[in-house]
Design a protein around this ligand. Structure first.
Ligand SMILES: Nc1ncnc2c1ncn2[C@@H]1O[C@H](COP(=O)(O)OP(=O)(O)O)[C@@H](O)[C@H]1O
Ligand SMILES: [Mg+2]
Length: 249
């Protein structure tokens, strides 16, 4: 367990009387895709928000890249390399895809001196951002405002920004949601390569994608992890079949 990139211990969050996450313990290891599945309202998004810091936990702790980040804010966690995408997009929608990625590259470089240089003429910055857009398959859409991209393309753009930030772990909350079968397949292929960059905690309802990608799966039900295991272990688990998989298995 010592070499896990991300270690979550006993994390809990209440909304009033509701226990959204209730003592969640899981880890993310180098090179792996760890899928988090479970019914609607199980607490998956709440957990992702707690990890990236947009929601503060009531109790429990989070270690990332060898340090306790439980008390750090969102920006500090992002700077340490926690790359996340949200169910609701956080892109600057009037800016082009290219500009969004350039902003992420600049954020990583932490360079205020660039304010003296018109960014859209900064060749080095443009090249870096274009290379990243090529990797996620969006180079041809680089000059379009983010608002004009399809849902799937916006997700690809968010991943491009996480790449630009040189993330040490990716937290993806339902990246396939709203995508057609072709989009899901191409994103599945992409995520399979992305894991070599950094491990991925993947919240996803698309079970074809989960079964194709996951090294391990954790199943969250009413804020609690009821099982963690390989794809085969999870498919065979009677409690998981009852609580979630049903005829997916
Ligand atoms: N900000 C909030 N305030 C109050 N209740 C919330 C809030 N966010 C989520 N919840 C509730 O917490 C539970 C878990 O939600 P969520 O984490 O979004 O589940 P999932 O992502 O697994 O569908 C749900 O019952 C939801 O209604
Ligand atoms: Mg959710």
């Amino acid at each position: 367990m010592g070499d896990a990139v991300l270690e979550i211990s006993n994390l809990a969050k209440n909304f009033g009387a509701l226990r959204a996450t209730d003592g969640v313990t899981l880890d993310l290891r180098p090179g792996e895709i760890h899928a988090l599945i479970g019914p609607n309202g199980a607490g998956k998004s709440t957990l992702i928000h707690q990890i990236c810091g947009t929601l503060r936990q009531d109790s429990g702790s989070i270690r990332f890249a060898g340090q306790d980040i439980s008390g750090l804010g969102v920006a500090q966690r992002a700077r340490l390399g926690l790359g996340r995408t949200f169910q609701v997009s956080s892109l600057a929608s009037d800016f082009s895809a290219l500009r969004n990625v350039m902003l992420a590259v600049q954020a990583r470089q932490g360079s205020s001196f660039r304010f003296f240089k018109p960014v859209m003429r900064d060749k080095g910055l443009i090249d870096t951002a274009m290379t990243i857009l090529e990797r996620v398959g969006l180079a041809a859409r680089a000059r379009l405002p983010a608002a004009e991209l399809s849902h799937g393309e916006r997700r690809q753009l968010e991943i491009a920004m996480a790449l630009a930030l040189q993330s040490k772990a990716f937290l993806l909350d339902e990246p396939m949601a709203g995508m057609g079968p072709e989009g899901s397949k191409s994103l599945t292929r992409f995520l399979d390569t992305l894991r070599h960059e950094a491990p991925i905690l993947l919240v996803e309802h698309d079970m074809d994608a989960v079964f194709a990608l996951a090294d391990r799966i954790s199943v969250l039900v009413y804020g609690r992890i009821i099982a963690t295991g390989t794809v085969e272990e999870i498919r065979r688990d009677p409690a998981v079949r009852t609580a979630y998989l049903g005829d997916h298995a």
